[in-house]
Design a protein around this ligand. Structure first.
Ligand code: AMP
Ligand code: ZN
Length: 137
């Protein structure tokens, strides 16, 4: 349920101080210490799940509902022009803290936060291969 060596377990439990924007029985939403933009926050479940694949389904559904609620409040309060929800899984995907979390990132015109990717090319063969592999799984 909780991992004693996990910093987000300690933050979610309130054992390590954080700037908390929201808290309920399942989640804490805190400000990120290395923000992409003003107000960048993290939604952290109080129970330990390493990543999306380990996450409890009921809690996962509630995480999105809670993210929507807090993102709506943040967009209004901070007068953001847009919003990114980002969720990284695995080192190669940019995950650095191995306790599931969602990034709530308010966006402002001209903020230059480097969140989006450069589109690459694909081929019909590659697309068909992916379709075959995933649908056949
Ligand atoms: P990720 O790279 O998706 O695993 O995201 C981890 C995030 O946690 C990064 O954006 C860090 O800046 C943030 N972070 C790490 N330690 C803390 C902390 N003690 N308090 C707040 N944010 C943190
Ligand atoms: Zn944890």
């Amino acid at each position: 349920m909780v991992d004693n060596n996990c910093i987000f377990c300690k933050i979610a439990a309130g054992e390590i101080p954080s700037t908390t924007l929201y808290e309920d029985e399942d989640f804490r939403v805190i400000l990120d210490l290395g923000p992409a933009t003003k107000g960048h926050a993290l939604l952290i479940p109080k129970a330990h799940f390493a990543d999306l694949f380990a996450l409890d389904d009921t809690l996962g559904a509630k995480a999105l509902v809670t993210a929507k609620l807090i993102a709506s409040r943040m967009k209004k309060a901070l007068k953001a022009d847009g919003f990114n929800l980002v969720q990284n899984n695995g080192e190669v995907a940019g995950q650095t803290v191995f306790h599931f979390h969602m990034h709530l990132i308010p966006r402002y015109k001209g903020d230059k936060a480097g969140i989006l990717w450069e589109p690459k090319t694909t081929t019909p063969e590659e697309m068909q291969e992916v379709e075959r592999l995933v649908r056949g799984c």
